[in-house]
Design a protein around this ligand. Structure first.
Ligand code: GDP
Ligand code: IMO
Ligand code: MG
Length: 430
């Protein structure tokens, strides 16, 4: 079975876009299975740079089918804009290059307003969401008042759904958030052109992916966000609203668990986080600043500066437990090039206890202090041009060995720069 799930092992932005773009060279199908345009996946290849929010990161490879599965929430206006942008650059030329699940739910303007409004309302306690309407759209789906793509592209059904939903939404908008009420006719006028344009892409994507798996095609499942943002097992409530774990692949695609072959966890050589919530290894000093500057740690979706800190081995071990990684990809090793010393958190100090396992209560995590193992750093000229493990200094290889210990998986890929080619592939994944 040649299927690989690519899953973020941290708080997102680990470099999933780069890795998927690289592996997509050998993939017949690339599937996004959860999240929405809260994701920002960066693809760099020579002078080309794309930040993708909804289209799978296989789009640059002709002949690779891109699929948006049922578990994704789609902002139709953003998706259409992304398709136009890609087409202008010569990609996604044929309608058959992209398939959108008829079951994927749609993000409407009121979801965005509610997301932003609720954050304002929460004040200091805000989640720090991307403001893209992700939470409210998933709430409606689970609350059974959402709008599946099949309803979205049928004008009568769309009108009926919007009209029914606005009754409740307008009460919240007006009375709780003090906003103007919305009118169904205005929303329809705004959305219908995108619905018409996107309709030809609609398909039964579960069937497409199932048939591809049966035919033993190479399939990549592209995760969005990361393990620690998972709605069930992440740092709740500072999480996103979907299942970001490898387990989410099946539900999000409409595929059985036996179809998942390898599970590639992606981690930076350090840690970043955007938005609020506990982050035990966060560095508010010069080192944190340097990681942010050298690593250009600004959100690919919102442009917010990312919080930076050392690699958290406790969180990585937790991520390994939740996902069952078979392989690891480590990115951004170049960013720590020249650091005399690097650190990995190996345990947490909580009150008078030493915790080796990630606490199952966010309140406890908030009070944890990191316990570090210090290691010698590395300084390599032309690091981004190195293509073999043997040419990496021993200190870097020691660091990778530690990552393997924490993740209980072999490192299969090492990334030493943003470009697709700045990569050391240790083992084939397909
Ligand atoms: P994603 O959301 O997981 O796809 O990651 P993002 O695209 O949001 O953030 C990762 C950032 O790091 C992007 O700007 C990438 O171009 C960049 N990047 C990825 N791998 C490397 C690497 O190995 N070194 C450096 N310097 N940058 C990298
Ligand atoms: P990619 O796929 C990093 C964070 C937000 C916020 C929390 C909830 O690029 O790795 P949401 O808008 O989802 O309700 O916000 O989750 N978040 C991400 N952080 N990378 C992402 O995606 C993220 N998607 C959401 O910053 O803390
Ligand atoms: Mg990102």
């Amino acid at each position: 079975m040649s299927t690989v799930a690519v899953v973020g092992a941290q708080w997102g932005d680990e470099g999933k876009g780069k890795v998927v773009d690289l592996l997509a060279e050998q993939a017949d199908v690339v599937v996004r299975y959860q999240g929405g345009n809260n994701a920002g996946h960066t693809l760099v290849w020579g002078d080309l740079k794309f930040v993708l929010h909804l289209c799978p990161s296989g789009v640059l490879h002709a002949g690779t089918l891109c699929v948006i599965g049922a578990g994704v929430v789609i902002d139709p206006l953003v998706l259409w804009e992304e398709i136009v942008r890609l087409r202008k650059a010569g990609y996604l030329r044929r309608e058959g290059d992209l398939k959108i699940s008829s079951r994927a739910h749609v993000i409407l303007p009121y979801h965005r307003i509610l997301d932003v409004g609720r954050e304002e309302y929460l004040g200091e306690g805000r989640i720090g969401t991307t403001g893209r309407g992700i939470g409210p759209a998933y709430e409606d789906k689970v609350g059974r008042v959402g709008i599946p793509f099949a309803d979205f592209v049928d004008r009568k059904r769309l009108e009926a759904r919007i009209t029914a939903n606005l009754k409740a939404k307008n009460v919240i908008l007006k009375q709780l958030l003090g906003r103007d009420e919305l009118r169904a006719a205005d929303l329809l006028r705004q959305l219908w052109p995108a619905a018409r344009r996107l309709r030809p892409f609609m398909a039964d994507t579960s069937l497409i992916v199932h048939r591809a798996a049966k035919a033993r095609r190479n399939i990549l499942f592209e995760g969005a966000q990361g393990t620690m943002l998972d709605v069930d097992h992440g740092t709740y409530p500072f999480v996103t609203s979907s299942t970001t774990l490898a387990g989410g692949v099946c539900a999000g695609c409409g595929l059985g668990p036996r179809q998942i072959g390898r599970i590639l966890g992606i981690s930076k050589a350090y840690t970043t986080r955007v938005g609020s919530g506990p982050f035990p290894t966060e560095l508010k000093d010069e080192i944190g600043k340097r990681l942010g500057e050298v690593g250009r740690e600004f959100g690919a979706t919102t442009g917010r500066p990312r919080r930076c800190g050392w690699l958290d081995g406790v969180a990585l071990r937790y991520a390994a437990r939740l996902n069952g990684f078979t392989d690891m990809a480590i990115t951004k090793l170049d960013v720590m090039n020249g650091f005399p010393e690097v650190k990995i958190c190996v345990a947490y100090k909580w009150k008078s206890s030493l915790l080796r396992e990630f606490p199952d209560d966010t309140r406890i995590l908030e009070q944890c202090r990191p316990v570090y193992r210090s290691m010698k750093g590395w300084s390599v000229a032309g690091l981004e041009r190195i293509r073999s493990l043997k040419r990496l200094p021993q200190t870097m290889r020691d660091f990778l060995r530690r990552v393997e210990d924490h993740s209980e998986a072999r490192v299969a890929l090492v990334s030493v720069g943003p470009d697709r080619d700045d990569t050391i592939l240790l083992r084939p994944l397909f």
